[in-house]
Ligand binder design. Structure first.
Ligand code: BDR
Ligand code: CA
Length: 306
């Protein structure tokens, strides 16, 4: 079987890092490149973190292209309280490699049009780069084999405001452009992600002898150490990555969505606007299947969740 050709748009981020490590660890995946975007941290920091993760994983051969440092409107509000001041729960060595010359939008265009119908795009941060690509090079995303986005709180409470999820709230204008494009996007929202979590005690008991698995375990355990009151870690970006690799992990419905653009309490909210539509929304997640994929890819030892 040909490997899945994956491009990851990301703002690492602890859960972004774990998702990237899952992709790197998979024998069935070829990571074509990472594009970065501001979100959890600044775009400069996200880019440094992406390079550092690849270096620590022994995969500095994978290109990194730097993307948007501002959303289409306003400014990003970073998330140091959740991911740690530098975005990762571990202090990784400074990367020796540098980004490719082209920016994220050009890189995405090049990869998607070179790999006609073959590349899978997984977007794990604010949708600024993806919206810009749609705006500047409208045909490129039509060439993707699949587009999976982590974002939104469709029929559940948000995690930034009562109505909005972080990635969509960070750039609702971009999200509206992407989600109203008619492209067949899978939106892995908070309601799906909250079904897959690990408790502190279970996370602290994990081990792995696989290099990328060990790094992911260190990242996860480091996140719990950042704040002693933390009780559970929800696998947001790793679930989006898992659904990109194994769509049958979740049941789905087809919907249309509106993104809240009024600068009030609905800023960045994602609400169903009718259906059936073009957006695939995961509903019930097969937890056992998700955790068995996680366990297999990262060669986890001591995982008790089934
Ligand atoms: C999303 O926001 C970020 O903090 C995480 O990396 C994830 O992409 C969850 O709302
Ligand atoms: Ca993210």
């Amino acid at each position: 079987m040909d490997p899945v050709r994956l491009i990851i748009d990301t703002d690492p981020g602890v859960d972004d890092a774990i998702a990237i490590l899952m992709a790197l660890a998979s024998p069935d995946v070829q990571v074509m490149g990472l594009t970065t975007v501001g979100g959890n941290v600044s775009a400069a920091r996200a880019t440094r973190n992406a390079l550092a993760i690849l270096q620590a994983a022994g995969r500095s051969d994978i290109p990194v292209a730097k993307g948007a440092s501002q959303p289409l409107r306003d400014r990003y509000s970073y998330s140091p309280q959740f991911h740690g001041p530098e975005g990762l729960s571990l202090s990784l060595p400074e990367p020796e490699s540098v980004t490719v010359a082209e920016g994220a939008v050009q890189f995405l265009y090049d990869q998607l049009t070179r790999e006609l119908g073959e590349a899978v795009l997984v977007a794990l941060g604010p949708l600024t780069n993806v919206a810009r690509l749609l705006w500047e090079r409208p045909i490129a995303l039509e060439q993707a084999k699949n587009i999976v986005v982590m974002g939104g709180a469709v029929n559940c409470p948000g995690n930034v405001t009562p109505a909005a999820e972080f990635n969509i709230h960070s750039d609702p204008v971009a999200a509206e452009i992407v989600l109203s494009s008619g492209l067949p996007i899978t939106l892995v929202d908070l309601a799906a992600c909250r079904q897959v979590w690990i408790a502190r005690e279970q996370a602290m008991a994990l081990d792995s002898k696989h290099p990328q698995g060990r790094l992911a375990v260190d990242m996860l355990q480091g996140w719990f150490r950042l704040e002693p009151s933390r009780e559970r870690f929800e696998f947001y970006d790793p679930l989006a990555l898992a659904i990109a690799l194994e769509p049958a992990i979740a049941t789905v419905v087809k919907v249309d969505l509106d993104v809240g653009l009024d600068e009030n309490e609905l800023w960045g909210a994602t609400a169903e606007s009718g259906g059936p539509g073009e957006i695939t929304l995961p509903m019930t997640v097969d937890r056992a299947r998700f955790f068995s994929l996680l366990e297999r890819l990262l060669e986890l030892e001591g995982l008790e969740i089934k």
